[in-house]
Design a protein around this ligand. Sequence first.
Ligand code: BDP
Length: 352
Amino acid sequence: MAAKRDRKYELTGSFKLYDYPKIGGFMYKKITALLVGACATLSIMGTAHAEDWRGWNIHVEGYPNTVAMDKFSELLEEKTGGEIKLKMFHGGTLGSQPDAIEQVRLGGLQIGNFNLGPIGPIAAEANVVSLPFIFKDVPHMFRVLEGEAGKMISDGMAAKGLIPLAWYDAGARSFYNAGKPVNTPEDVTGMKVRVMNNDLYSGMISELGGNPSPMAFAEVYQALKTGVVDGAENNWPSYESTGHFEVAGYYSLSQHLIIPECVCVNADAFNALSDDMKTAVMEAAQESSALQRELWAEREGASREKVVAAGVTVNEIADKGPFQDAMKPVYENYLAANPALKPLVELIQATE
Ligand code: BDP
């Protein structure tokens, strides 16, 4: 025994577990088995399932974005061979949209389905889509996003830590309120209108003579119900899914904002991936957006039918010219704060 112990120190000059005389064959086997087991576990964690991502979405079950984000999660796992697992948290359970945007930028969350409205205050290029009436219609918005202007917007977002992987449809936003149809800017005068967090929207309401009230999406129903605000603005599916139509029964087709939404990823998490993985993530997002746009088209019609059946009064606005004219100072302020972005605005306006 003593000779064995001596040899150990001679050979290595350090303690060697398997040479220690008090550890017999049984212990040796057991420890080896433990080590092998631990290595195997580490290697499973390290290869077969490298990333656990968490994703944020504000919408309820069944909403086109919710269904499409679940599809994204499924495709992501499939296309990355299980390397990336995304757990989606719907219904805004992980916090308000501005907070979630910060979380994805900082890496506390990896994925978000965001509206570009609340991203605008962070990335000036992305704020261009929040200029009222900048897009002629939804197809125009997608053509812009697919071209050079879209690249400028994406690059501006990426520089702030958010990479847009795909664009989702969010239709056009119109005004609604509890009291009367809106036909002219004067109808908005004196009205307290909820807007998303973005100075451009506050400016938009102020230029119409109203009082803007920036507020989280989750609070709008109660605010409308209790008269904290008189009105708000949104697309058909959100007007319907939130129940806002129950407490604000006049929907006026101003269509003043057409804002895209993104599947956005934390830039560091994405940039750390291999090229093959990046392609897989991109493809999964793109395929989910094809599904989202299809579901969106269906839901817009269905939501409109549902609220009309429930008694909502819908009006077309015969002349949107006065609303558009009133927005000139909003454009001027944006360009005064971001003179370098004039070519971007002009590029969008010149896009057929
Ligand atoms: C919905 C958007 C959602 C916004 C919401 C709002 O899809 O991202 O949070 O409007 O008005 O249309 O806050």
